[in-house]
Ligand binder design. Sequence first.
Ligand SMILES: Cc1cc2nc3c(=O)[nH]c(=O)nc-3n(C[C@H](O)[C@H](O)[C@H](O)COP(=O)(O)O)c2cc1C
Length: 362
Amino acid sequence: MNWKNDLTRTLKIHYPIIQGPFGGGYSSITLSATVTNLGGMGSFGAHHLSHDEILTLNNQLKSKCKGTYSINLWIKNDSYNDFSNQDFEKTKAVFKPYFDELNIPVPEKPVLTEDHSYGRQLEAILKAKPPVFSFVYGVPDESVLKECKKRGILSLGTATTVEEAVLLEDAKVDAIVATGFEAGGHRVAFADEPENNLIGGLSLIPRVVDAVKIPVIAAGGIADGRGIAAALVLGAKGAQIGTAFLACEESNASHAHKNVLFSQKAEKTVLTKSFTGRLARGTDSIVAQETLQDASRIAPYPIQGLFMRPLRNAALQQNKLELISFWCGQSAPLIKNKTAKELFTTLKIETESVFNEMADIA
Ligand SMILES: Cc1cc2nc3c(=O)[nH]c(=O)nc-3n(C[C@H](O)[C@H](O)[C@H](O)COP(=O)(O)O)c2cc1C
C-alpha cells in the first residue's frame, strides 16, 4: 500500500497517522516521540502550560523526536477574570457536596497568571518554532499565521463543522483536523455553541473534504485499521487518534484512567461541562449526571478546570472513581494495544489488510 499523499508530503511524515494532542497534563514526551520516530506525527497538548514551560517542552521534544511533531494550544480570549466572585459562590454551592464527600475543602476562586495567557503561549510557540503548531477553538489572527509561515512552522486547525473548516482554509492553514462528535475530550467548536452541531465523523469528513482543497485529517472514533481505512475512503488524507493512544503506557493518563478505558465503563460516554467549563466527552459519572441538566452554574474555562482539579485528584487517591468522568471517545471498547509501538504497528498492518482485501474483492 502506498501511504504517501498530500498530507504526508506537507508534514514530511511516512504514515498519515497522528497521535492526537492531550492538553491538561495527559500528553507525554515519550508518547509523542514514539509516534514521531515510528514515522507518524506525535503531538503534545500545551494549553495548560506557561510561556517558559512551552519553551522547555519544545527543547525536550526537539531532542527526542527524529521527525515532525506538533505543539497544540487552545485559542482563548483571556477574559476569564471577568467571572464574578458572586457567580463563583454559586458554582461552589453546586459542587460543595462532592468536595464534602471526599472530605476536602471547597477551593477558592483560582487565580490565573499572565504567563499562562494565550498571548504569552503564542509568543512561546513563535520563539520555539516547533515543526507544527496545531490549535483548537478558533482561528489565530492573520498576523500569527503569517509569522508561523515566515518561521517555517506549519499550522493545523481543527473544525467540527464545514463552516469552521472553510474559515480555517480561508485563513490559509496548512491542513485541517475534522473532528466528529465520537471523539474523546473536548468538543472544540468555535463558530457556534458545540451543543448545536454534534456531527458524527461519517457525515463530517466527506462534507469537509468536499468543501476545502487543503488536506483533511479525520479525528473521532478511530481506534483500529478499519477506522483509518474508512477515513481514507471518505477522502481524508490522514487519521488523528486520541483515546487509543491515551490508553497506552507511554501516555501521562493515570493508571486508573487507563484501566477505565479497557473496562466496561468505557461502553458509555457522556458530554459534560462539569469538569472544565467546556463540553467534553468522558465516561459517565455521578458529578456529570447530577450537573448535566443545569450547566448555568458551571464556571467558564479555565476556572472550572482549576477548581475541580483537587476533587479529581482526591477521587483518584480515595478510589471513589464513580464520582468523576474520565476522558474517553466512543470507540474505546475497540482498543486492544497497551503500548504506542504495538498500537502504531497494528494500525498500519490492519489498514493495509483492509485495502488488500478490498483489492482481492475487486
Ligand atoms: C484526554 C484528552 C485530552 C485532549 N486534549 C486535546 C487538546 O488539548 N487539544 C486538541 O486539539 N485535542 C485534544 N484532544 C482530542 C484528541 O487529540 C483527538 O483529536 C481525539 O481524541 C480523537 O478522537 P478519539 O478519542 O475518538 O480517538 C484530547 C483528547 C483526550 C481524550
